[in-house]
Ligand binder design. Structure first.
Ligand code: ZN
Length: 171
């Protein structure tokens, strides 16, 4: 609502609304009753523009948008970049050789027996399955972070656009 500034004889300025037209308001500074002019004389009073506070709010919103969007973008994209760094191959030939060397004859015999039974088309072992699931999980997370980062960037741009248009005009 548009409010007007009614000056009191004590030099305090009382904010009033058009609802008070023709009545009296008590000055919060000196306590004097001040006559409020009729509605048609309100144009002589200084007014606090409704639009000003609204655009001020839009401006703050735009700023918040820009800030949140920017932060989301930086966080999400750096997270995605960290995840996208190729993870070291979990199983290397050195590891297999070391494992085989450390394994007892009985274990090797057991492994050979399992391999010969299941053949080449054996189903993935639980460990391999877990590894596959884990890497696809992190790929999913990385993709989600990229999407979040993009949304954040869009939000920041929208905020910047709003900021450019809703910036309060100083008169
Ligand atoms: Zn006063």
């Amino acid at each position: 609502m548009k409010s007007f500034l009614l000056p009191c004889s004590c030099s305090h300025v009382i904010p009033i609304t058009s609802g008070k037209a023709g009545g009296f308001v008590a000055c919060p500074a000196c306590g004097r009753e001040v006559a409020v002019p009729k509605l048609r004389d309100f144009s002589r009073l200084k007014s606090v523009e409704e639009g000003q506070s609204r655009s001020g709010m839009g401006w703050r919103l735009a700023h918040a948008c820009m800030l949140a969007g920017g932060v989301a973008t930086v966080l999400a994209w750096s997270g995605a970049a960290l995840l996208a760094v190729p993870q070291q191959a979990t199983i290397t030939s050195e590891m297999i050789r070391a494992n085989v060397a450390a394994a007892s004859d009985k274990q090797i015999f057991q492994a050979w027996k399992e391999l010969s039974q299941s053949g080449v088309a054996r189903p993935p072992l639980p460990d391999e399955k877990r590894l596959q699931q884990r890497s696809s999980f992190w790929q999913g997370v990385s993709r989600a972070l990229l999407v979040i980062g993009t949304l954040g960037a869009v939000m920041g741009l929208v905020g910047a656009g709003m900021w450019a248009t809703a910036r309060p005009q100083r008169r």
